[in-house]
Design a protein around this ligand. Structure first.
Ligand code: PEP
Ligand code: MN
Length: 347
């Protein structure tokens, strides 16, 4: 449930409500808005009685939340959450482009890729230093050395870094180097890891598990936000279906569906979503058309030599062409006004 305080509720009113929630085995999540304070009731809340809370001084109304997820729902927060990194904004109506190799392979490879993606107009650089591979015999990433190469790429280009954290123990280390911490599809339900990134104050890119429902996806985001970190960027990266012509099936339905029920931004990863280089450009455009807040694209100076995900990685020329098309789309959207498209029924 969510408790909406009156405009002139005092801090004593707020702390009385918070105390009552605490005494009944739940946790208060207090957000001070511009006008009023809203208190979310987190955790086990069966003994927190709605009718009782409604009688407290300073309480305007008590709203039950029907969804299993609370803090990430639009019922809790009406306006979009905008995740900002010094002017780069996820969730602010203009798509943000994250690009880079699947894995950081060497200093030269990541520095070269960083220049390529920057010159093509991407906003953030990605690259895995800790890699979740299906086979224990495949390249596992360069670990800490890879983080250092990413740091150098940031120093040279000014691009912010997105990189994956695989386990809770590594969160402080990865947070030292990364601007955005990625939680991969395979870890979407690693609840201890989710709690650990919920306690840092850096944005988290949460990828959808390959067989996760939308509710499970949002419940994972709820783990992060309930620990205090609301800077979450969701990422659709394809789900497992019966199709055999692509690695995964990009579920673009989820983009507008998430936006209806959650205030969090959601981006799309057509590289993992298709596993096929030739499908990346059309699916990127489709993702933007359904309202994605950004894209995550794998790019490598020489995809044929990539140590992971070679088949779904664009070369510099292909990426430049894609960025050109994306920019054309963005410009056309800037001129689009819903009012002009309104159909008026007269007479
Ligand atoms: C990746 O981004 O390289 C990656 C491993 O993604 P996912 O977790 O979506 O498979
Ligand atoms: Mn990859």
């Amino acid at each position: 449930m969510v408790i909406v305080m009156t405009v002139n509720a005092s801090s004593l009113d707020i702390s009385r409500v918070a105390e009552y929630i605490g005494e009944h085995g739940a946790r208060p999540h207090i957000s001070h808005g511009e006008e009023r304070t809203i208190i979310g009731v987190i955790g086990y809340q069966h003994t927190v009685r709605r009718e009782h809370v409604a009688t407290f001084p300073g309480v305007e109304k008590v709203i039950p939340i029907s969804k299993p997820f609370k803090l990430v729902s639009r019922e809790f927060k009406k306006d979009n959450t905008v995740v900002s990194l010094n002017g780069i904004k996820f969730g602010d109506n203009k798509p943000v482009i994250i690009a880079g190799p699947c894995s950081v392979e060497s200093e030269q490879q990541i520095l070269e890729t960083a220049q390529i993606v920057k010159n093509s107009g991407a906003h953030l650089l990605r690259g895995g230093a800790f890699k979740p591979r299906s086979s224990p015999y495949s390249f596992q990433g360069l670990g800490k050395q890879g983080l250092k190469f990413l740091q150098k790429a940031r120093e040279e280009t000014g691009l912010y870094i997105v990189t994956e954290v695989l386990e809770g123990m590594h969160v402080p280390l990865v947070a030292e180097y990364a601007d955005v911490l990625q939680i991969g599809a395979r870890n979407m339900q690693n609840y201890e890891l989710l709690k650990a990134v919920g306690r840092i104050n850096k944005p988290v890119l949460l990828k959808r598990g390959m067989s996760a429902t939308m509710t499970e996806f949002l419940m994972s985001a709820e783990y992060i936000i309930s620990e205090g970190n609301s800077e979450i960027i969701l990422c659709e990266r394809g789900i497992r279906t019966f199709v055999e012509y692509s690695r995964n099936t990009l579920d673009l339905n989820i983009v507008p569906a998430v936006k209806n029920i959650s205030h969090l931004p959601i981006i799309v990863d057509p590289s993992h979503g298709t596993g096929r280089r030739d499908l990346i450009e059309p699916l990127s455009m489709a993702a933007l058309a359904v309202g994605a807040d950004g894209l995550l694209i794998e790019v490598h100076p020489h995809p044929e030599q990539a140590l992971s995900d070679a088949d779904q990685t664009l070369n510099p020329l292909e990426f430049r062409r894609l960025m050109h098309r994306i920019n054309y789309f963005i410009t056309s959207q800037e001129n689009y006004s819903p009012e002009n498209g309104e159909i008026r029924v007269t007479g």
